[in-house]
Design a binder for this molecule. Structure first.
Ligand code: FRU
Length: 465
């Protein structure tokens, strides 16, 4: 263990214990969403099943509620809803990752956990840190018990990537397929075009670039956090592109892949994964029940809205509720909360007639089968309006006290809206329309106590969670 790791290993638990009481006193602390013990959280990393438990790692800034140098925080769960925090897994403590253990993924094989991540290094000097001055290394950390590390090494540096790229090459997602290993890496070219590199390996250590996935015309300047997976025989590439025209600062969505991603292939049109304010950098994994489960960061980098109410208590951001991904009609990706959430529903369901007001704790699950226009109001300040005429859904904050700068987001549904599900936690709403074909995720900050819920245009069923 080097001296930096020794000190960080003491300092992180210290700041966590110093901040613990303040964080716990926050009425907006979430009940069933993964959140940081203290400080800052962003992307999900290394999602996997290991030793009979779900493991989730997260971009963690324990020292700075607004970011700071990134560690890999670590939590485990048996139901994907209740998370137990474990000690930090990756510290930024080596010359190849000293300015952040950035995002990556996990490969589990023969009882060993292989964690591939990006070592971020900023060289001192007068650099732009895009074309010069930054190292983005692919690093590998190995664990034989899922809790402590046996080794950490740098596998690839910027010199190993194809020509024509900036220093921004990051977020390895690694998986095994047809007897080989594959890695996808997000990249930014010197012409400011976003793309994904595909690398291949037979030993998990030596990697060869075999293909590049991108659009014919530039679609944003950088593609972050790629994920490549297959559902019902169709391959999908999920990415978080920066620099595209969309409602949020950055986009997040998927392409279907036509052809073989190891060789000749093209990408379909881009589909947004979430129309809400807070959704970015999702990753997916397959669990023991053969379900593909996706978890996103319920936040947005560089947004002009924020989370001041939780920042005041020393923490910021959380993950979405884990969602099962399935391929719907025409291969459209559907996202739905894991069924484990159903087991959390209180036995007594409330039935509310159209327009009837209900008071419930903010942890609720609402379902409805609308047949036309509807309007849902939560906490007298968040409104979801659907108009059948143009199949459009609008999520609007009508009370700025709940919004911390959030205003309005819209989505046009591919078909008339016939199902609505809203999952509320103490400071988030996740809205699933038409069986998960359209989703809105947002943080919100209701006053402590019960929230007022009213759906006009359809009856609904409500349960406490
Ligand atoms: C996405 C991202 C990744 C990077 C990480 C750093 O939110 O910018 O590309 O690895 O966050 O925290």
């Amino acid at each position: 263990m080097n001296a930096l790791q020794r000190d960080l290993k003491n300092l992180v638990p210290l700041v966590e214990s110093l901040g613990k009481e303040t964080v716990a006193a926050d009425p907006h602390r979430q009940r069933f969403h993964l959140q940081p013990p203290v400080g800052w959280l962003n992307d999900p990393n290394g999602l996997c099943v290991y030793g009979g438990q779900y493991h989730a790692f997260f971009q963690y800034g324990p020292f700075d509620v607004n970011g700071g140098v990134k560690h890999w925080g670590h939590a485990v769960s048996t139901d994907l809803l209740h998370w137990e925090q474990l000690p930090v897994m990756l510290y930024p403590d080596e010359p190849f990752d000293c300015h952040g253990a950035y995002s990556g993924s996990a490969l589990v094989e023969d009882g060993t956990m292989y964690l591939y991540y990006t070592g971020n290094v900023k060289h001192p000097g007068n650099f732009d840190y895009i074309k010069e001055g930054r190292g983005h290394n692919v690093c590998l950390a190995v664990s034989k018990d899922g809790v402590t590390l046996d080794s950490k090494q740098c596998l690839l540096t910027n010199r190993d990537y194809p020509a024509g790229l900036t220093c921004h090459v990051r977020d390895p997602k690694v998986f095994a397929y047809e007897g080989r290993y594959y890695m996808v890496l997000g990249a930014r070219t010197l012409e400011d075009k976003g793309e994904v590199l595909v690398l291949e390996s037979t030993d998990k250590l030596r990697w060869t670039h075999i293909n590049t996935l991108t659009t014919p015309e530039p679609f944003g300047y950088m593609w972050e956090c790629p994920d490549l997976f297959c559902l019902d025989g169709q391959w999908y590439l999920a990415v978080s592109p920066q620099g595209i025209q969309c409602q949020n600062v950055y986009g997040c969505g998927w392409f279907a892949i036509h052809g073989d991603w190891r060789g000749d292939c093209t990408l379909s049109e881009f589909h947004e994964l979430d129309a809400g304010f807070d959704y970015y950098a999702p990753q997916s994994f397959v669990d023991g029940n053969d379900r593909r489960i996706q978890i996103g960061w319920m936040g947005m980098p560089d947004a002009d809205y924020g989370n001041a109410p939780t920042v005041a208590y020393g923490w910021q951001h959380c993950f979405t509720v884990p969602r099962v991904l399935t391929a719907g009609p025409d291969g459209i990706l559907l996202q739905n909360p894991v069924p484990e959430l159903d087991a959390q529903r209180s036995a007594a369901a409330l039935h509310a007639a159209s327009g009837e007001e209900v008071f419930l704790a903010p942890r609720f699950d609402l379902t409805a089968a609308p047949a036309g226009d509807f309007c849902l109001t939560v906490a007298q300040g968040v409104q979801l309006v659907y108009t059948e005429q143009d199949c459009t859904c609008t999520l609007r904050f009508t009370d700025p006290a709940l919004a911390d700068g959030r205003t309005v987001r819209r989505a046009r549904l591919a078909a008339p809206c016939r199902s609505l599900r809203v999952v509320g936690d103490n400071s988030s709403l996740e809205i699933f329309l038409n069986g998960g074909a359209t989703v809105f995720s947002t943080r919100y900050y209701p006053a402590p106590g019960d929230v007022n819920i009213k759906l006009t245009g359809a009856a609904c069923e409500l349960c406490n969670l």
